[in-house]
Each structure stands twice: as C-alpha cells, then as structure tokens.
Design a protein. Structure first.
Length: 422
C-alpha cells in the first residue's frame, strides 16, 4: 500500500480495511519518516517514541485528558455526522467509557486505580499463576497433535478465565462476557452506525448483568479480593454503582483483549520467524525477554487517545487546546532512535523493555504484571510441549479493528509432543 498517499494509507488502516489490517507497520514507519506529527482530518497522529512518551508522562501535569466524555476535535467531527438515536448512543457510550480506570483523569483516576490495585498485588498475581498453568494444561492436553487445530480459542480463553477468576465471574457466564466485550471493541469511536448501536446495546446488557453480580456479592461476603474491594469502596469511598460497573467492564475488557492479541499474534510472529521460535524452545529462560519483545513488536493496542486541555508544544510542533491526539505506541515501538535494528524481531534484545505497549506514566497498564505472566505461561508451555508446531492454512485473515487487531483464526499443526525434560 506504499503506492497510496499517506492520508489514503491512513484511511485504509483506520477503516480496518482487510488488506491494510494484515500489516499496518509500514504505515507507522512512513509516519515516523515522513510526518512524525501529522494532522489527519481533525486528529493529530504522534509517532516518535520520545514525543509519545513525553505526552504519556505529562498526564501527571493534567494537561491532557484520557476521558471519553471530554469532547475533542475528533469527537466533534464524528458527532456532526450523527443524529437521533445514533447521536444519543454516541454520547452514552462515551460517557460510559469515561468511567473506565484507563479513561479517567486526575483525582477520579487516582481513586479508581487505588481501589482496583488492591486486587493486583504481587501476592495475588503470583497466586493466579497456578490457575493459569492448570488452564493451559487442560486446554493443550485435549488438542489433537496430528491435524489442524485453531489456537485462537486457547488465546482468548486463557486470559478470559484468569480475569474472570479475579472478578468472581461464574464459568457459565464467561462466553457472555466475551461476546459483550467483542461488541464494545468493534465500535470504532462511533464512525460506523452498526457497531456503535451494537456497542450501546452490549453496554446496557453488561451493566444489567454486573448490577446483578454486584448485588449478589453484597449479599454474600465470600467474594474475591477485587469484588470485596469494590463493594467496600462503594460504601466507604463513595464509589458509585456506575463507577463500579465501569471498573468491572474495563478490567474484563482490558484484562483479556490485550493478552489475547499478545498470545495469538505473538505465536504467529514467532512461527513466522522460525529461528526465534527455535531459540525459545532451546532456552526456556528466554521467555520473559520474548514476551517483552513481542509486546514491542506486536503492540496489542496500536495507539492510545488523548485530548489536549491547553495549548502545548512538543518538538517545536504546536498542539492547540481541544485537539484529539492518537499516540501511536505501535510506531514508537519501532523507532530507530530507541531500538537497535527495530524492524528485526529478536527475543534476546536488551532494549525491548523501552517499549510503550503498556503505556507509561500515571496510566501505565494496571494489569501489566498479569499480562506478562499470561504471555509467558502460554508461550512457554507451547514451546516446551510442542516445539515442532507449524502454521497451517496459508495467509491469515484478520479480525478486530485497527486499534485491536488479531487473527480471525490461528490454524496450526502441533506436531508430536516433546519428551519430558529431566
């Protein structure tokens, strides 16, 4: 697609064009090289690592908003194209998502993060590892090894089951959660009426469901750590029911969508770069570095949004108040100013932890330790058990959207299991 103009290339990727979704990284490279700070309609795209990181850091100064109820230049442009129930849905979805921990600002963000952090203690994360290993063992143990199997269900079920355990969601309800999360994720900032209305309906159903979950946990004190923290906060810190529901939705969505992409695309990329896969199989101690490199390489969330609350200047470029920014951590993560040979996948590289895949500053991913552990357990066990795994089925079809892309299916032949070690 490099024969397209830069803006036409952007239009294709941001519209989740099937061809463009296969490999958006040449576009991010074009932006870094041709227009590192680029106006695309009402939105300013930011590509350099140093600038993306500086803006993430400046969240501390409260000069940018991550709150979806703050109307910036892009929201205004989208709202002008809508009317009636679609406009109502657009504002309702934005107001709901504004209650997410990741979208809150200032004091509200600090308060919600402090409450949720009670469940993300190092002790609790370590306890979850045993559950992860059981789930991985159960799922991999039932798969055929000599015929084509789809690993996408494995990639999404593992993080969904783990975060559902953390939140006390019954196993029978977990596919409902996945369906609602998928519908919310398909909404592209209200730019397409079908996904917008679908997301609006899913949010309503999700809120009704979680209201019942919260009411149940109030009546039955044998709750998980996080549910107990939220119920207690509702009573002692004036956490509203809407805030409680938004925290649940945010953690359920962010707690499995990002990790699903990391596991699925990460495995695809390792198998596509076979020497790296073989290196991991030969040296299990590289799995931590492999996860960091795949976070850099894949960037499960391709960008984050902000709205400028006041005029700012970065690298000599003026950003007017009210501007909607797309902070392209996917472009930043392959910036040659930071990473040696950034277009090379190398699970043993020493600079991979400079990536911005999980954010930076006050909005650094709350579940980062959980994501890293899930990625390490999933990929490490696959490498240990099935070093001969091969991709099958030809070129992948891609699903999700431009921000959260992932394979629609991940067909592989696992091959003969490796003999037990030791």
């Amino acid at each position: 697609m490099t024969t397209l103009s830069l803006d036409d290339h952007l239009d294709a990727v941001l519209a989740s064009d099937a061809e463009a979704m296969k490999d958006p990284y040449p576009l991010w490279r074009r932006l870094r090289e041709e227009a590192p700070m680029h106006w695309h309609g009402p939105v300013l795209l930011v590509a350099p690592h140093r600038t993306v990181k500086a803006i993430f850091r400046d969240d501390e100064k409260r000069v940018f908003s991550n709150n979806y109820s703050v109307i910036g230049s892009r929201q205004e442009a989208v709202a002008r194209t809508l009317s009636g129930e679609q406009l109502e849905a657009f504002h309702a979805v934005g107001a709901f998502e504004a209650g997410f921990i990741s979208h809150a600002d200032g004091d509200q963000h600090e308060r919600l993060r402090r409450i949720a952090h009670r469940a993300f203690t190092p002790r609790r994360i370590a306890e979850l590892r045993a559950a992860m290993e059981r789930y991985v063992d159960a799922m991999l143990g039932t798969m055929a090894t000599d015929e084509v199997v789809d690993l996408m269900p494995f990639a999404y079920r593992l993080p969904l089951m783990v975060i559902s355990d953390l939140l006390g969601i019954p196993e029978a309800d977990r596919e409902l959660i996945r369906d609602w999360s998928a519908k919310i994720g398909r909404n592209r900032n209200g730019t397409q009426p079908g996904p917008l209305m679908e997301a609006h309906a899913a949010i309503g159903e999700f809120k009704d469901y979680l209201a019942g979950v919260i009411a149940h946990h109030r009546r039955h004190p044998d709750t998980t750590d996080l549910v107990a923290a939220l119920v207690d906060a509702n009573q002692t810190e004036r956490l509203s029911d809407d805030e409680m529901t938004s925290v649940f939705v945010n953690l359920l969505f962010a707690g499995h969508e990002t990790t699903t992409s990391l596991i699925a695309i990460g495995l695809h990329e390792l198998l596509d770069h076979r020497p790296q896969w073989e290196r991991l199989c030969a040296d299990p101690g590289l799995v931590g570095g492999a996860v960091e490199e795949l976070l850099r390489w894949v960037s499960p969330a391709q960008w984050q949004n902000r709205v400028a609350l006041e005029d700012r200047v970065y690298d000599g470029f003026r950003i007017p108040a009210g501007t909607t920014l797309m902070l392209l951590n996917s472009a930043a993560n392959r910036d040659p100013e930071v990473f040696a040979e950034p277009e090379t996948l190398d699970i043993a590289r020493t600079d991979s932890r400079q990536h911005l895949a999980l954010g930076f500053g006050p909005h650094f991913c709350l579940g980062a330790a959980l994501t890293r552990m899930e990625g390490a357990v999933a990929l490490g066990e696959l490498a240990r058990r099935f070093p001969a795994v091969q991709q099958a089925g030809g070129e992948l079809a891609w699903a999700g959207n431009a921000m959260f892309r992932r394979p629609a299916a991940l067909p592989v032949v696992l091959g003969p299991p490796a003999p037990p070690r030791g």
